[in-house]
Design a protein around this ligand. Sequence first.
Ligand SMILES: C[S@@+](CC[C@H](N)C(=O)[O-])C[C@H]1O[C@@H](n2cnc3c(N)ncnc32)[C@H](O)[C@@H]1O
Length: 258
Amino acid sequence: MEPIEDVAAGDRAGAAGRRGRYGIDGGLIGVAFFALVLAGAAATAARAARRRRPGLAALTGVAGAAVAGSAASYLYSTGRGKLSVWAQVLDELSLRGDEHVLDVGCGRGAVLMLAARRLPGGRAVGADLWRRRDQSGNSRAAAERNAVAEKISERVDIVDADARDLPFPSASFDVVVSSLAISNIPGAQGRGLALKEAIRVLRPGGRMRIVDEGADQYAAVLEDAGLAGVTVRRLDWRTWYGLPGHHLTLVAASKPPA
Ligand SMILES: C[S@@+](CC[C@H](N)C(=O)[O-])C[C@H]1O[C@@H](n2cnc3c(N)ncnc32)[C@H](O)[C@@H]1O
C-alpha cells in the first residue's frame, strides 16, 4: 500500500501539485461579475483622469484595486484555499487507508481526489447531479477525467445522484464528507433531507465532515438525529471567497457505534 503520510505531505506541499482541473465554485457568473466591475472601474478612472479630476480617478483606482483583491481572494479560495483546508481536515481523520468514503455533491472532484489519495486500499465515491451554475465545467465526465489525471481512477467511483435521495444502502460508508454542496440545495427542508441521507448511509462508528456556507446551522439537525461529538469550527482566511472576514464553517460529527 502507498504510505498515506507521503500523500498528505504532497498535498501540503501545495495544490500546485494537483493534476486535475477543478473549475470555479459558483460557476462563471462570479468571474464575469468581477471582470465587469473591474472594467467599469478602469473605464471610469481613465475618463476621470482625461477630464482632470484626480480625486475621482484616485477613488475609482482604489475601488478597482479592492475589487481586484477580492477577485484574487475568490480564485484562491475556490482553488488552493479549499484544497489546503480539506487536506488538513482529511489528515485530521487519520484514515487507515482502507475506508469507504462518500463525497456528497463532489462536483469535478477536488475533495474526492484528495480523499482517494489517502485510500490506497479503500474506495472514494462521489455523488452529484452536476449543476453548472454551482461550479464551472461541472460534469460527471470532468470528474472522471480528473480521477484519471490524478492516477487514482481505480479507487474512485462517480455516481449520478441527488443528495436528497442517495442510491446507497444504509450504513455503507466509513466517512461521509461534503464541500460547499448542501448549501446549494434550495430550502431548509431540502438541506435537511440531504443531511438525513448522509447520516443514513454512514455506518455506526463512522465519521462525517461538512465544510459549507452556514454549516453551523447543520449542527442541530445532526444532534437531533443522534450523531455524537458534533463540533462546529469557523475556518480561516483560506475560505474568505473574496470577502475579508467571511468564513466557511466545518461541522464534524460521528455516528455512535451500534
Ligand atoms: C460549489 S460546487 C462544490 C463541488 C465540490 N464539492 C467541491 O468542493 O469542489 C457544489 C456542488 O453541489 C452539487 N449539488 C447541488 N445540489 C445537489 C444535489 N441536490 N445533489 C447532489 N449534488 C448537488 C452541484 O452540482 C455542485 O457540483
